[in-house]
Design a binder for this molecule. Structure first.
Ligand SMILES: [Zn+2]
Length: 86
């Protein structure tokens, strides 16, 4: 009796594992949010505290944990968008 919602892409979401944007699908299973990155295969769920709980994906787990620091101190560089200037 699992209540599963359709997977939907989350606009603007950034993968915590590979930092790719717009690659995150999200869906609910029994009210629990699940996320999945279609770019690198990273997947996690959110617990009752809203904290990310990475799924165990066998060998993929080691790869996903290789660069957790990238999610915190993001050093992504963006070129200034001239459209933002008025
Ligand atoms: Zn990813």
């Amino acid at each position: 009796m699992s209540d599963v919602t359709p997977k939907r892409f989350i606009a603007g979401a950034v993968c915590p594992a590979c930092s790719a944007q717009d690659t995150i699908k999200m869906w609910n299973v029994d009210g629990v949010p699940n996320r999945e990155c279609v770019a690198c295969g990273y997947a996690d769920t959110l617990n009752a505290q809203g904290q990310s709980v990475p799924k165990e994906l066998g060998t993929r787990v080691n790869q996903a944990e290789a660069k957790p620091a990238a999610a915190k101190g993001q050093t992504v560089q963006f070129f200034p968008n001239p459209k933002l200037k008025k």
